[in-house]
Design a protein around this ligand. Structure first.
Ligand code: ADP
Length: 197
């Protein structure tokens, strides 16, 4: 069985994280929680790379559409408003629009990609990062401390939510994303003082 310390996850500091000067702060938050960066690079993504990073499955795209509808409903807006803003009430089509905004955003400036390793790295990093929507993310999480963006502002401005970071949601997703983004790059091995020895 793999030791929990060997678990690896994939993290992307999105264009807003880079442009807000938060690269150091974000890495600090992982390192202070005894996680270690084992691969890292700043790069400018192509549309093709982002398109293959985010799932294309109808179920995932529809989920983006469902999230959008629930944002509207939570804010007292009806499905008619969705129809007005997106030209459709088909949640798969709405999801496709949101996915398109996400691709536009992710190629808008350089990003930093990294592999982070440590005890239960996948859920630990998600916990440090916080909930998807910064306006409702807990204080003390990166998204809660450094952004106040909300789905409603993003949807009204016809853009992706600016939430600083992408982090893998499951170990399977992490394995897939590490291969996608670091397939040809070395993943380093070293011992953290006080943690690995
Ligand atoms: P997470 O990044 O927390 O895993 P998701 O996988 O649900 O979140 O969504 C992927 C990304 O799509 C989010 O990080 C966010 O930038 C963007 N996003 C999600 N839902 C919406 C929405 N309703 N409107 C605009 N952007 C969204």
């Amino acid at each position: 069985m793999m030791h929990p310390k060997e678990e690896k996850t994939f993290v992307l500091i999105k264009p807003d994280g880079v442009r807000k000067g938060l690269i150091g702060e974000i890495i600090k938050r992982f390192e202070q929680r005894d996680l270690k960066v084992v691969a890292m690079e700043m790069f400018q993504a192509t549309r093709k790379e982002i398109d293959s990073h985010y799932p294309k499955a109808d179920s995932w795209v529809r989920r983006l559409g469902e999230k959008t509808l629930s944002t509207y409903e939570k804010n007292g807006l009806s499905i008619d408003e969705v129809k007005k803003d997106f030209g459709t009430t088909d949640l798969l089509k709405v999801g496709k629009v949101v996915r398109g905004w996400l691709v536009d955003f992710m190629v808008s400036a350089p990003m930093v990609r990294m592999v982070v390793q440590g005890v239960h790295a996948v859920p630990m990093v998600r916990k440090i990062v916080g909930a998807t929507m910064p306006a409702s993310a807990e204080m003390g999480t990166i998204r809660g401390d450094y952004s106040a963006d909300s789905a409603l502002s993003a949807n009204l401005e016809r853009r992706s939510v600016y939430n600083l970071i992408h982090a893998s949601e499951t170990t399977e997703e992490a394995a897939h994303e590490i291969k996608h983004w670091f397939g040809k790059h070395p993943i380093h091995k070293y011992k953290r003082f006080g943690i690995d020895e």
